[in-house]
Ligand binder design. Structure first.
Ligand SMILES: Nc1ncnc2c1ncn2[C@@H]1O[C@H](COP(=O)(O)OP(=O)(O)O)[C@@H](O)[C@H]1O
Ligand SMILES: [Mg+2]
Length: 270
């Protein structure tokens, strides 16, 4: 186990991206992404399809190497996948031959049987699946599967949780429930989360800050802080204002894409 960071280390961002770029052949997928994510922060990467959100997440996960720039976790460079980061995808990726309880407990460090069982029970309770532990994944709805995936992620206890449009395949009502569950879990664990989404609603509901990306190449267009307590009151005037501001920014980005990037005002505008 890693030693606790000293007082100076606490001032370091948990996650730091500096001038991160990635090409695929002749395509500049992502260019010059610079972002810091604080310990315990929930940051969303918001942008239209193809703007490079997954590419950024995959580089943080260590699945892809940047062509330029650096990515650091607690000041240590990311050189490949590691136990300090965990990715949750749209597809829950449960092991079909294991029960929900076994899936949830899969990443737990070795511990005595009773303690293991209690931990799994607590994990399942956290995601409201306590009555479904003995079921197999195929017996669950999409939302329940994704909750089981969340339980497994929490069991692994990563420093940084990376989520790539985890709720995009769910129906609106289920998605809303999962938002509530994720909020609860995040407020209880204060994991550092990087959450990829193309939904303004989702970003506004969950995030401390929203990084809006521009497309081709993927860059940070603007970072909008949402200094409002969690869980959020969706009827508040502040939320309405922030939602409007982000929607406007997204509209401008879509217009820039439609015009072709060359005629676009560019991210340095603000
Ligand atoms: N492995 C790859 N090979 C070639 N092109 C890729 C690869 N991964 C992503 N791209 C391209 O890079 C751009 C960004 O993709 P991606 O990060 O998946 O965007 P997003 O997640 O925002 O939809 C897209 O134009 C996509 O087609
Ligand atoms: Mg993607």
């Amino acid at each position: 186990m890693r030693a606790e960071p000293d007082a100076t280390a606490l001032e370091l961002p948990r996650l730091s991206l500096r001038g991160v770029s990635k090409r695929f052949g002749s395509l500049a997928a992502v260019e010059g992404i610079t972002l810091d994510v604080r310990r315990g922060e929930f940051l969303s990467l918001l942008g239209p399809s193809g703007c490079g959100k997954s590419t950024v997440l995959h580089m943080i996960a260590g699945f892809e190497r940047p062509d330029a720039g650096t990515i650091e976790i607690d000041g240590r460079p990311v050189t490949g996948p590691g136990k300090d980061r965990l990715v949750i995808f749209q597809e829950p990726g449960l092991m079909p031959w294991l029960t929900v309880a076994e899936n949830a407990g899969f990443g737990l460090p070795r511990k005595p049987r009773e303690l293991y069982e209690e931990t799994v029970r607590n994990l399942l309770r956290l995601v409201h699946l306590e009555r479904f532990g003995e079921m197999l994944p195929h017996q669950l709805s999409g939302g329940m599967k994704q909750r089981a995936a969340l339980a497994r992620a929490i069991a692994v206890d990563p420093d940084v949780l990376l989520m790539d449009e985890p709720f995009a395949a769910l129906d609106p009502q289920t998605r809303e429930m999962l938002h509530g569950d994720l909020q609860e879990i995040w407020m209880g664990t204060r994991k550092t989360v990087v959450f990829v989404t193309h939904s303004v609603e989702e970003a506004v509901r969950l995030s401390d800050r929203v990084a809006i990306l521009a497309t081709h190449p993927g860059r940070v267009r603007r970072v909008i802080p949402i200094d409002l307590p969690h869980p959020r009151d969706f009827n508040s005037a502040e939320i309405a204002g922030i939602r409007r501001e982000i929607r406007e920014e997204m509209r401008e980005e879509m217009a820039a894409i439609a015009r072709g990037r060359d005629g676009a005002p560019g991210p340095e505008r603000r």
